[in-house]
Design a protein around this ligand. Structure first.
Ligand code: ASP
Length: 328
């Protein structure tokens, strides 16, 4: 839907709620109290890092039919995992410096249950393996060979994740082997998705192939519950993209949710989480991190260090890509 139509439709709706939510979220806000839970909270709704219309549309289709938020976020991020043109998640992801594509993912439901896989090879849908870890094991996280063996037992198909395109780029990179993460070279990275279903329950998922040409064995923030993703069904949810080490050091997504608990809006909470990374870090200009968040009322926010990060929101009021405000 075009922005103009989106705005028109929005203005006809529950304006009081919406005007302080989706439409205002890309503005720089100072800390302010989160609205108390309102009867006309925006739900269902889905929000995702980056401009991934196919993924949010898929999630929306689940929500629209009355499906639950967990199924919605899983179905949504799976779209990107299967898309070989998206070189930052799933099949087609860029490899580590040894040429291996290794995936990290996690998922979290409204009850606080979570599952994660790290350093998973040969399986496209890391998020679905993470969901199986959550639902079918007493554990939260499985890594490497164990994760792959588990996926095998659960009937996941093994595939070669390294595409010719990613392989050729890696061979090119190897000529110099210079490890320098490039900021926003394309309009996607980790795909983090948060959804509220018609029942008002919040769930989230996060999936990535990690930083391109990372050291073998490196794991980022994305599969670490509290860093790359966090959900508290009473408060809201948050998810991250960008340089995972910085997110892990500040337990970023948990921080965003806790700030919302203390009364911050999603926008203000994302800004403060970015500020924590920037503060006292002489190298912050070399780093990109972006957060998105949603609260129980369906109000959303996003913030990042460098311009260039955007996020996508889809609710009954329309769907739109929102350019995030940035620290720089
Ligand atoms: N957050 C991911 C990681 O550090 C990568 C990214 O979003 O660019 O693995």
């Amino acid at each position: 839907m075009q922005r103009r139509k989106f705005l028109q439709k929005s203005s006809l709706s529950t304006a009081a709620v919406l005007s302080s939510s989706i439409l205002s979220t890309c503005k720089n806000e100072k800390a302010k109290a989160a609205a108390p839970l309102v009867a006309n909270a925006i739900k269902p709704i889905v929000i995702a890092t980056w401009n991934v219309p196919n993924a949010t549309t898929k999630a929306w289709q689940v929500l629209e039919k009355g499906g639950n938020a967990l199924d919605a976020v899983e179905a949504g991020v799976k779209v990107e995992e299967a898309d070989v043109d998206n070189q930052s998640v799933g099949k087609g992801g860029r490899p580590d410096r040894e040429g291996h594509v290794t995936l990290d993912a996690c998922i979290m439901d409204q009850h606080g249950n979570c599952g994660a896989v790290v350093y998973l090879k040969n399986i496209t849908h890391a998020v679905s393996v993470a969901r199986k870890v959550m639902e079918d094991t007493p554990h939260v996280m499985l890594a490497g060979e164990g994760a792959e063996q588990f996926a095998d037992e659960k009937g996941f198909e093994k595939e070669t994740l390294l595409t010719e395109k990613s392989r050729m780029e890696w061979l090119e990179w190897k000529k110099e082997s210079k490890y320098e993460p490039v900021i926003n070279i394309e309009n996607h990275d980790t795909i983090g998705m948060l959804a509220i279903d018609a029942q008002g329950d919040i769930c989230g998922a996060c999936t990535t192939s990690g930083m391109a040409y990372k050291m073998a064995g490196r794991v980022g923030d994305s599969p670490i519950v509290g860093s790359g993703l966090f959900i508290d069904n009473e408060i809201g949810g948050a998810t991250a993209t960008g340089q995972g080490e910085e997110v892990v050091k500040t337990v970023g997504s948990f921080l965003v949710v806790e700030l919302m608990r203390q009364g911050r809006s999603p926008q203000s909470a994302c800004e403060e989480a970015v500020n924590r990374i920037v503060k006292g870090n002489p190298n912050f200009k070399d780093i990109q991190v972006g957060y998105i968040a949603i609260n129980k009322n369906g109000q959303t926010g996003g913030y990042c260090i460098h311009p260039g990060f955007s996020y996508r929101v889809y609710s009954e009021y329309g769907h739109e890509n929102i350019e995030s405000n940035s620290y720089l």
